[in-house]
Design a protein around this ligand. Structure first.
Ligand SMILES: NC(=O)c1ccc[n+]([C@@H]2O[C@H](COP(=O)([O-])OP(=O)(O)OC[C@H]3O[C@@H](n4cnc5c(N)ncnc54)[C@H](O)[C@@H]3O)[C@@H](O)[C@H]2O)c1
Length: 333
C-alpha cells in the first residue's frame, strides 16, 4: 500500500451512491485499505444501485438505505466522517431531458443540502464529487482540458456543472475541502444493464453478449476515451489524499481514444456470440444532441497525483464480459 493511501486505514468514510457501479468498487477498495465505510444509497429501482455489487463486503460496511434528498438523514450521516465520496446521482442524460425536475432535485438541490450538512455538522470533512466530461458539451478543441468552456447539450450536464460549482464554492467561501472529478466513459463490472439509458457502452456490452448486432450512428469514426472502473477508483483515492487537489476540478480520462466502430467491433470479438458491428444513418433526434468526437486530457491530475489509467480497453472489456457471463442474471432484469 502506498504511504498516501495508508491515510484511509481506520478513516471514517461515507460513500453516497455506494451501491452503484463506481461507488461499489470504491467502497470495496476502501474496505481493503482498512477504512470504516458507510454506504448511503436510495436503491431507486431504475438507477444503478444493486446489492449484488457489495456481495463481497456486505458484512464489512454499514449500508444506509436513504435518499440524499432527505436532509435529516444526510445531516446524521456526514457527522464524524473523515472523507465523503459523493457519487449518488441521477446519471441518465436521456432521463434528464424527460424529467428535468428529478435531475435538478438530486443533482443540485440535494447537493446543496449535503454541503450545508457538512458546513453545519462536519466542516473538516474532505469531499470528492463525481462530475462528468458531459459538462463540456460539443468539444471546441481536443483533447478537452479543464479550461474548456462548459456548454452542455443536456439537462444533466447543466446540473452537474451546478453540483460541481457548489462544491468548489463551499471550498472557496466556507473552507470545506471539496474537489471534483470529471469522469469520462467509465466501464467495468457492476454497470447497470437492465436498460440502456445510462449510456451506449452498457447497450454494446449487453447486446454483444446476447449475440445481437451493434449499430453505430454515422460513419462510426467518432472518438471516445474510456476509463476502466479500477483506474477510476484510484483517481478518487488519489485526489482525496492530496490537499492541493481541494478547490479544483480534474478530468479523469483513459488511454488512447478509440472510434465507436472500433469499440463495437471489440465488444463483438470479446463477446464471441456471433453479432456484427455495423453503421446506420443518424436518427434526427439523436443527431441534434450528438457531440462528435470527444476525449479529455488528464494531465492536470497526473501532474498532481501521478495517476495514470493502467487498464487497456481490451483488457477491461475482457474482464467486464467475464463478469457478466458469470453474474449476468443479477443485472439483466
Ligand atoms: N459511469 C460513468 O461513465 C460516469 C461518467 C461521468 C460521471 N459519472 C458520475 O459518477 C457517479 C456514479 O455513477 P455510476 O456510473 O456509478 O452510476 P450508478 O447509477 O451506478 O450509481 C449511482 C448511485 O447513486 C444512487 N442514487 C441515485 N439517486 C440517489 C438518491 N437520491 N439518494 C441516494 N442514492 C441515490 C443510485 O441508487 C446508484 O446506486 C454519478 O454521479 C455520475 O454522474 C459517471
Amino acid at each position: 500500500m502506498s504511504a498516501d493511501l495508508q491515510r484511509f486505514s481506520g478513516a471514517k468514510v461515507l460513500v453516497t451512491g455506494g451501491l452503484g457501479f463506481i461507488g461499489s468498487h470504491l467502497a470495496k477498495r476502501l474496505v481493503e485499505l482498512g477504512a470504516d465505510v458507510t454506504i448511503v444509497d436510495s436503491l431507486i429501482p431504475e438507477y444503478g444501485g444493486n446489492l449484488f455489487n457489495v456481495r463481497d463486503i456486505a458484512d464489512r460496511v454499514r449500508i444506509n438505505l436513504s435518499d440524499i434528498r432527505d436532509p435529516w438523514s444526510i445531516r446524521q450521516l456526514v457527522r464524524g466522517q473523515d472523507f465523503l465520496f459523493n457519487l449518488a446521482g441521477q446519471v441518465s442524460h436521456v432521463d434528464s431531458m424527460e424529467d428535468p425536475q428529478t435531475d435538478l432535485e438530486i443533482n443540485v438541490k440535494a447537493q446543496v443540502d449535503l454541503l450545508e450538512a457538512c458546513r453545519a455538522g462536519n466542516p473538516d470533512i474532505r469531499i470528492v464529487y463525481a462530475a462528468s466530461r458531459q459538462q463540456y458539451g460539443r468539444p471546441q478543441f481536443l483533447p478537452v482540458t479543464e479550461d474548456h468552456p462548459l456548454v452542455p447539450v443536456d439537462v444533466n450536464g447543466i446540473n452537474l456543472i451546478a453540483g460541481e460549482s457548489y462544491h468548489l464554492l463551499y471550498h472557496r467561501v466556507h473552507g470545506i475541502r471539496a474537489t471534483s472529478l470529471r469522469l469520462t466513459n467509465t466501464y467495468g463490472p457492476h454497470l447497470l444493464m437492465k436498460h440502456g439509458r445510462q449510456g451506449f457502452i452498457t447497450v454494446f456490452i449487453r447486446r454483444a453478449l446476447e449475440g445481437q448486432d451493434l449499430q453505430v450512428f454515422g460513419d462510426g469514426s467518432q472518438l471516445r476515451d474510456f476509463t476502466y472502473v479500477d483506474d477510476c477508483v484510484e483517481a478518487f483515492l488519489a485526489v482525496a489524499v492530496h490537499d492541493e487537489a481541494y478547490g479544483r476540478a480534474f478530468n479523469v480520462g483513459g488511454q488512447e481514444p478509440v472510434s465507436l466502430l472500433e469499440v463495437a467491433r471489440l465488444c463483438q470479438e470479446l463477446a464471441g456470440a456471433g453479432g456484427k458491428a455495423t453503421t446506420a444513418p443518424w436518427p434526427p433526434e439523436r443527431e441534434r444532441i450528438d457531440i462528435g468526437s470527444i476525449y479529455v486530457s488528464h494531465e492536470r491530475l497526473t501532474r498532481l497525483t501521478g495517476w495514470e489509467p493502467k487498464v487497456s480497453l481490451r483488457e477491461g472489456l475482457a474482464r467486464t464480459f467475464d463478469f457478466y457471463r458469470a453474474h449476468g442474471e443479477h443485472y439483466w432484469t
